[in-house]
Write a protein of this length. Structure first.
Length: 230
């Protein structure tokens, strides 16, 4: 189609929202997966607290309702990620999270030495800490589902005692709570990262400072950051 006066783009085409000072970090599908998973996880933790913390249990009551919400929010927890597999952007990010690059080792060495400058901690789209967190939370969710089902259906695997399932489930619940608090503290300390998850876009300067490998390889046409993977 022909362009309108004063326009360099064909009429009827949509201008890219990504300007020279903004880069797209997350697609709508990725943000929806993160948001839905977060709400389901929050439901699991809140209902668990209402079941196991005495004062909360007395204050809220409705134990059967809390049990039902807890069970089904736990069962549904992997669903957003499974639906997210239909998104090409989400699958690409899963590949990024599943690979460690040379600069990720540098990031971990800097973290052990308590070096906090972005120059000492080079990162792709996700830094090494985020990759470890993603892998850990994915594994714990699967174990929590497994032990939860053993508690729900006691005859499912008779050779595993319900007491053992409860012990593992409770220990991991505390671990998830502590790690999620750390995750939220990190997010609260970085408004630009929260903006990226909320709108999908971050400033180019922030990306260059904190995720230089991602900006260099994914937004300059020089290839992908996966070429640096080991």
């Amino acid at each position: 189609m022909r362009s309108t006066a004063g326009s360099t783009a064909p009429t009827g085409t949509m201008a890219r929202p990504e300007g020279t000072d903004r880069v797209r970090r997350f697609s709508p599908a990725e943000r929806m997966v993160h948001r839905t998973t977060g709400w389901l996880m929050l439901l699991c933790l809140v209902t668990a607290a209402c079941l196991y913390v005495g004062p909360l249990a007395q204050l809220v009551g409705r134990r059967y309702l809390m049990i039902t919400v807890h069970e089904w929010s736990g069962i549904l927890l992997p669903l957003p990620s499974l639906l997210g597999l239909f998104s090409r952007d989400f699958r690409a990010d899963l590949r990024r999270l599943n690979r460690f690059a040379v600069y990720d080792r540098r990031w971990l060495r800097a973290a052990r030495r308590r070096l906090t400058s972005p120059e000492a901690r080079p990162a792709g789209k996700f830094n090494a800490g985020q990759k470890i967190y993603a892998g850990w939370i994915a594994g714990t969710v699967l174990v929590m589902m497994f032990t939860g089902l053993l508690m729900w259906f006691m005859g499912l695997l008779p050779f595993i005692s319900r007491t053992s399932a409860i012990f593992v489930h409770d220990c991991l619940a505390w671990g998830i709570t502590i790690v999620l608090i750390g995750h939220m503290r990190k997010a609260y300390a970085d408004p630009e990262a929260r903006l990226g998850m909320r709108t999908g876009y971050v400033s180019r300067s922030w990306a260059a400072r904190h995720h230089s490998q991602w900006l260099r390889h994914d937004h300059t046409g020089t290839g992908t950051e996966e070429r640096n993977n080991v």
